[in-house]
Design a protein around this ligand. Structure first.
Ligand code: KG4
Ligand code: ZN
Length: 341
């Protein structure tokens, strides 16, 4: 007998996107609504936590209503509510968590708290129906840079992580330094297409005895020093060359570490996830390296790489299937570690 469909309403509000989605059986997205606050935070050059929380409160009901409408369902058609409860900005997370608890209580629906990074990883399941653990996943977002062995659904072994800045953070800081504004990643991605990636040899950090760990703060300083040097010598900066050379330095390290992790793990499968996974150069160079090394390569569409709720619905489904349930005492955990509950 066919198993009954599981329809999950998923909510994400950990940073500056208010998002809701309805996902069927973990991999079929019935709706994926995202209300971005980028225009608002742009004025300040980055996310202002207090403003983010207030905007989430204003938007969340509207976003959920739209997600239900687009999916053609009502709250009565749902089987569970999944929500990001960490890591992220505490005030922002609390809005989603409170909303999910209210719906769960009012409708008697099971509640599933989801780890934000588990969501990013699970975004890969949505468009790649054949992808199943085990595989290696490189998670590169604004707050995290992790190389993870996905041993099974919801079972993660962290192989490496950044020692300082996250990859996305480095993109945002370098973008600010060359006057591109917030958010920097997509702007560097675009500008770099007009530049020469070989123009400036920026350093690629390696950490002794920790081949899977990353460090991006030295690279960021090298870019700042280069810009200062140009200013002092009265040389005009070619911003496109800086963007392209910086991006190449980041992507080269990410590709090298990911290739090593796949090879040493004995697996033949790599996925990438998180906002930086939407970067054109990273996607192209990772694809090329995987093809060269006989590795199956998976990546979500760009819209599923940056923050969204469909990925929370995918992750929530596998937790739900395992019997994971959160109580109405679920709280926001701003520094939640991957693999912890
Ligand atoms: O995953 P995400 O949406 O939020 C977090 O969980 O942090 O990632 C946001 C980060 C930002 O740092 C942004 O600049 C970066 O992802 N990003 C990019 C691109 N699109 C977003 N970085 C490089 N290239 C892009 N195309
Ligand atoms: Zn994220």
């Amino acid at each position: 007998m066919a198993e009954k469909d599981v329809r999950i309403l998923a909510i994400e509000s950990s940073c500056d996107e208010t998002a809701a989605a309805v996902v069927r059986n973990g991999r079929e997205v019935l709706s994926n609504v995202i209300s971005s606050q980028i225009e608002l935070h742009k004025l300040y050059g980055g996310v202002v936590p207090e403003i983010a929380s207030r905007k989430h409160i204003e938007k969340i009901n509207q976003v959920i209503e739209e997600a239900l409408l687009v999916a053609g369902v009502t709250l009565d058609d749902l089987d569970a509510v999944a929500v990001t409860y960490g890591p992220g900005l505490v005030g922002a997370l609390l809005v989603g968590v409170a909303e999910a608890k209210a719906i769960s209580y009012a409708k008697g629906l099971p509640l599933v708290g989801v780890h934000h990074i588990e969501g990013h990883i699970s975004a890969n399941y949505i468009e790649n129906k054949e992808l199943e653990p085990p595989f290696i996943c490189l998670v590169v977002s604004g707050g995290h840079t992790h190389l993870v062995r996905v041993a099974d659904y919801g079972v993660y072994e962290i192989l490496g992580r950044t020692r300082d800045d996250a990859a996305g953070e480095a993109f945002d800081k370098v973008a600010r330094a060359i006057g591109l504004g917030y958010p920097g990643g997509p702007k560097i991605d675009r500008l770099s297409r007009e530049g020469n990636a070989e123009a400036i040899p920026f350093p690629k950090a390696k950490i002794a005895d920790a081949p899977y760990d990353f460090s991006f703060s030295g690279l960021k300083s090298a870019v700042l020093n280069y810009l200062n040097g140009c200013q002092m010598k009265g040389i005009e900066v070619n911003r496109a060359d800086v963007a392209a050379s910086f991006q190449k330095a980041v992507c080269d390290v990410l590709v090298e570490h990911a290739m090593l992790a796949v090879k040493e793990s004995g697996l033949d499968c790599l996925a990438i996830a998180g906002g930086v996974a939407s970067n054109g150069t990273l996607r192209a160079s990772m694809e090329q390296a995987c093809a060269k090394n006989g590795i199956r390569f998976f990546r979500p569409s760009p819209i599923l790489c940056t923050d969204n709720a469909a990925m929370i619905g995918a992750a929530g489904y596998y937790e739900f299937k395992k019997g994971v349930r959160s109580g109405l005492d679920l709280n926001a955990v701003p520094n939640l570690k991957l693999g912890e509950r």
